[in-house]
Design a protein around this ligand. Structure first.
Ligand SMILES: Nc1nc2c(c(=O)[nH]1)N[C@H]1C(S)=C(S)[C@@H](COP(=O)(O)O)O[C@H]1N2
Ligand SMILES: [Mo]
Length: 245
């Protein structure tokens, strides 16, 4: 059977099963095809599995919508409450020359990148929407280096399955699978609407992942860990692990 019709069959099977015989069967089917999101069994349970499995089969390579410049929001909403972190203030006073993002875990060359080093890679600029789970959204132009380039530079090992990314804000981290980590629209962003990324939106560096809800776009990125298991990391808050939109 061709890859496409096999995918179609599995997806159709998942959807039909979910309607007819209940979500538990969909879960077993998804398990067979390696499509269980790591928080399966959590509060979101089988519904999340179904979303993740269907999206992975159908849209692994699809792009989030990009907009023309005329659609850029005039007043993008920065969610941040005043950010009083002392280490951040010091780094900011120094023009962020000492900001580093460390990359470790399952990579051949664990590395530490300055913003200048990140900017020396070919950049990507994309106008996409950031949508919060609370219901609001805005459209902005984001500039940064595709995460795939940085992962290529450090050399991810073949066993790598996830990238966990951490913020200077201690309670903020998230993780994505390699399909999202290597996706061309997944960026380490340092610019927004033609200027440096402002503090309110996570400057000097945030992850942008336009195919998932806003909470996966973690701000103030300082570290990335490549891993084959998320067992050592709980999800980073009470959100669902997979937030595909
Ligand atoms: N470090 C950090 N990253 C974060 C958050 C946060 O509070 N701290 N909020 C998340 C949520 S819930 C959303 S919707 C977006 C909001 O991005 P914005 O402030 O650029 O609008 O950032 C995400 N990344
Ligand atoms: Mo959010």
């Amino acid at each position: 059977m061709s890859n496409f019709s096999r995918r179609k069959l599995i997806t159709t099977g998942l959807t039909a099963t979910a309607g007819a015989a209940g979500l538990a069967v969909a879960g077993r089917l998804a398990d067979r095809y390696g499509l269980i999101p790591p928080d399966y069994g959590g509060v979101y349970g089988a519904g999340t599995t179904l979303t993740y499995a269907s999206q992975r089969l159908l849209t692994r390579h699809s792009l989030a919508r990009e907009f023309p410049p005329s659609q850029i929001s005039k007043a993008p909403f920065a969610k941040l409450r005043p950010f009083q972190d002392a280490a951040y203030k010091r780094l900011r006073a120094g023009g962020f020359v000492d900001w580093r993002v460390d990359i470790d875990g399952m990579v051949s060359r664990p590395s530490s990148f300055s913003l200048a080093e990140l900017r020396s890679y070919p950049s990507r600029r994309q106008i996409t929407q950031l949508a919060c789970e609370e219901g609001w959204s805005f459209i902005a132009e984001w500039t940064g280096v595709p995460l795939s380039q940085i992962l290529g530079a450090v050399g991810t090992l073949p066993e790598a399955r996830y990238v966990v990314y951490f913020s200077l804000q201690p309670k903020w981290w998230q993780s994505i699978d390699m399909a999202d980590a290597l996706h061309p629209q997944t960026l380490l962003v340092y610019g927004m609407n033609g200027a440096d990324l402002p503090m309110g939106h996570g400057g000097p560096l945030r992850l942008r992942l336009p195919r998932q809800l806003g909470y996966k776009s973690v701000k103030f990125i300082t570290r990335l860990t490549v891993t084959d298991s998320l067992n050592a990391f709980n999800k980073g808050g009470s959100y669902s692990w997979y937030a595909g939109i």
